[in-house]
Design a protein around this ligand. Structure first.
Ligand code: DGJ
Length: 680
């Protein structure tokens, strides 16, 4: 145990702070507070109880250890030099015999705390790293947990539970982020909601195996955090080698989940690579034609798309050798000579001539046994020696850490991007990695492949898709420009999926498409208005055979695209606001501009309620939060059932506290309100 506290150091930004206590010996700094910025503080304010960085048993810590490494399980780290602080960063260097660890703590201007550790083997023999996790303490007041689960076509289903004694560990061994990923693990004061309560949240920015956890110990200490989940022997460091943990992202808020959302969104938007050009309206061919690729049909689809205002045409799965269905061809990244005798260029040219970008689907990490690639290189599969994992969707995973595999993929993707003049890649990943001898190297290798491809083709944008939304995390977003949020285009399910994916990602990063009247995946029939209102609050697009649409539908789609184009700057830069409501049968979500002079809110009714009598429905009161209390606003319905506010003027405070009465919509109906400051 440390001697006495010598110094207190605070990292502070945007109202959030992390306060460290430093001792006058070589013990690691201890965290005494994570939450609201306490302003100036002295050692006496804190006493000596606190969580050491990388806490272990020698610190008296009985929870999951910060580090497990070595030839023996218990590392005792001691500082090798005094920690380095700035107002927003801490770097700490420590070692034990045979290992050196560097910890990096960075508090961004948006109040997001990024933490990672690098461990280096300084011994003369090998060291195993089994755990290197980032943990932060949370106070007693954190009594409830919110995180997420899900499945294919229904990602990010929230689950709420008591933060009881013991460990709530969300472990993922799928080799990809997962449809059931925790995504964000938040703990908070009892009843914390979208707009109220204190919340402490963590997200692990990693696309391989990982854990998020919340742990409360009998001595009442509680922590949240996580890291990469390594299987035994997965990371063995030879002398001189290092392992770096993924970044763990922490955010604290005293304005409920909206505060967490805001910090994560503002952090992502501050990154230099964040997409800043207007997010183009997409037409994706998947649910329009599936594997039935025919140049004439696709040209007609592109024509129709251009006519309604589409700006990016994406040719999905089915264009490469042998790929007449999902049983063959993965790995053979050559345009199929029987279907595309002149290659993809004629379609790409046609698309470009109509002023649209051309996008192309790949699933680079995968191979079908029925492919030339597999026949030539069966040993390129990611597998234990002499064993094949079971097939899923008739496919295996390639070992991207094998330099020959990496070089082949980089070359084929690069050639296709050049030959077919590709502006955008939809990068899919349709299976879990089962019995993979290593996931860590595979994950790093795919990040490197993204980077290498973008280096060769700086204009290229990449979408992270993984059977829908199974690879959504800040790690993959370092290299990609949007995610495919879910395979379902059912607007009712999408309302929930987008609401909760939006706890992490701002709308411009979430692909959201309007599909046909009868949703392919759920079979549900919904109105075009409902579908359009839902897709408006993302990076909008269509996934529909527009050549089969009626003139009325095409006109409605064109109007919606016009609305999206004139609203996207607001939608893709503003603050996402989710008003607190007792009514769980509907979703209300809004985006408010930075100057609070402009906002769009959608109200979507998902199910029937006892007060939803079709003959005489009781009105509901919609309250719009996040506006400036003293500004005056006008309201207009820009999508959905017409409502005339007759030029009425509403104060911002009144809109939040009293709201406006509207007819309760029928299930699967939605409306979008545009709110403008008077005179703007
Ligand atoms: C899964 C994706 O999520 C879909 O959008 C589509 O691209 C298919 N794969 C194609 O196989």
């Amino acid at each position: 145990m440390p001697d006495t506290i010598q110094q207190i150091h605070t990292l502070a930004a945007d109202g959030a702070a992390l306060v460290f206590a430093l001792s006058n010996d070589d013990t690691l700094p201890r965290i005494v507070h994570w939450g609201a910025d306490p302003g100036s503080a002295t050692a006496a304010d804190y006493g000596s109880s606190a969580l050491p960085l990388l806490a272990g048993q020698h610190d008296g810590w009985q929870g999951r250890p910060g580090i497990v490494a070595g030839p023996f399980p218990h590392v005792r780290l001691r500082l090798t030099e005094p920690p380095t602080f700035t107002a927003t960063t801490l770097t700490v260097k420590a070692s034990d015999a045979g290992i050196e660890v560097v910890g990096e703590y960075v508090l961004t201007p948006e109040g997001v705390l990024r933490i990672r550790y690098t461990a280096t083997n300084t011994d003369s023999s090998a060291w195993n790293i089994s755990d290197l996790r980032c943990l932060l303490p949370v106070p007693d007041e954190a009594q409830e947990i919110l995180d997420f689960t899900g499945r294919w076509a229904l990602e990010r289903v929230p689950q709420r539970l008591a933060f009881a004694f013991g460990t709530h560990a969300r472990e993922n061994r799928r080799g990809r982020t997962g449809h059931d990923a925790a995504t964000v693990l938040a703990v908070g004061t009892p009843g914390f909601s979208h707009r109220a309560g204190q919340v402490w949240a963590v997200h692990i920015g990693w696309s391989g195996n990982h854990e998020h956890l919340a742990e409360r110990l009998p001595d009442a200490t509680a922590v949240i955090g996580g890291g990469e989940l390594l299987h035994p022997g997965e990371v063995t460091l030879r002398p001189g080698q290092s392992y770096t943990s993924p970044w763990a992202y922490f955010a604290w808020s005293d304005t409920g989940l909206d505060g967490i959302r805001g910090r994560f969104h503002r952090y992502l938007r501050s990154r230099p690579q964040h997409p800043r050009k207007p997010r183009p309206v997409v037409l994706n061919t998947w649910e329009a034609v599936y594997f039935n690729h025919d140049l004439g049909k696709l040209k007609a689809l592109a024509d129709q798309a251009a006519d309604v205002g589409v700006e990016r045409f994406v040719l999905d799965d089915g264009w490469f050798r042998y790929r007449r269905d999902d049983h063959a061809g993965l790995g053979d990244w050559f345009a199929d000579e029987t279907v595309w005798p002149d290659g993809l260029k004629p379609l790409a040219d046609h698309v470009h001539e109509r002023g649209m970008q051309f996008g192309l689907w790949f699933e680079p990490e995968m191979v079908n046994p029925n492919s030339d690639l597999y026949r030539a290189h069966p040993d390129w599969v990611l597998a234990d020696p002499g064993r094949l994992p079971y097939e899923f969707r008739q496919q295996h995973t390639l070992d991207l850490a094998n330099p020959s595999v990496f070089a082949y993929l980089l070359d084929r993707l690069s050639v296709m991007v050049t030959e077919a003049t590709v502006d955008f890649i939809k990068w899919d990943h349709n299976r879990d990695l089962i019995e993979a001898p290593q996931v860590h190297d595979q994950t790093l290798a795919v990040y490197q492949l993204f980077a290498a491809l973008k280096q060769r083709h700086p204009h290229l944008e990449i979408e992270s898709c993984s059977s829908g939304g199974a690879r959504i995390d800040f790690g993959v977003l370092e290299h990609t420009d949007r995610v495919w949020t879910s395979d379902t285009n059912d607007p009712l399910d999408r309302q929930q999926i987008q609401l909760w994916t939006g706890l992490l990602l701002p709308p411009e990063l979430m692909g959201a498409h309007v599909g046909p009247e009868k949703t392919h995946i759920t079979g549900r029939v919904t109105s075009l208005g409902m579908r359009c209102a839902t897709a408006l609050f993302g990076h909008a697009g269509l996934e529909w055979d527009l050549t089969s649409c009626s003139p009325r539908e095409l006109a409605e789609i064109a109007d919606w695209i016009t609305l999206y184009k004139r609203s996207r700057e607001l939608l893709h830069t503003g603050a996402v606001v989710v008003p607190d409501r007792a009514d769980e049968s509907s979703v209300v979500i809004g985006v408010v501009s930075a100057d609070q002079a402009h906002a769009l809110f959608s109200y979507a009714q998902l199910t029937s309620t006892p007060s939803n009598t079709p003959l005489s429905p009781a009105p509901i009161r919609l309250r719009f939060a996040g506006l400036a209390p003293l500004m005056e606003y006008t309201l207009k319905v820009v999508l959905g059932p017409d409502l005339d506010f007759d030029g009425a003027v509403f104060g911002g405070r009144a809109l939040e506290t009293i709201g406006v009465p509207v007819r309760r919509l029928n299930p699967a109906e939605a409306m979008v309100f545009e709110i403008r400051k008077v005179g703007s």
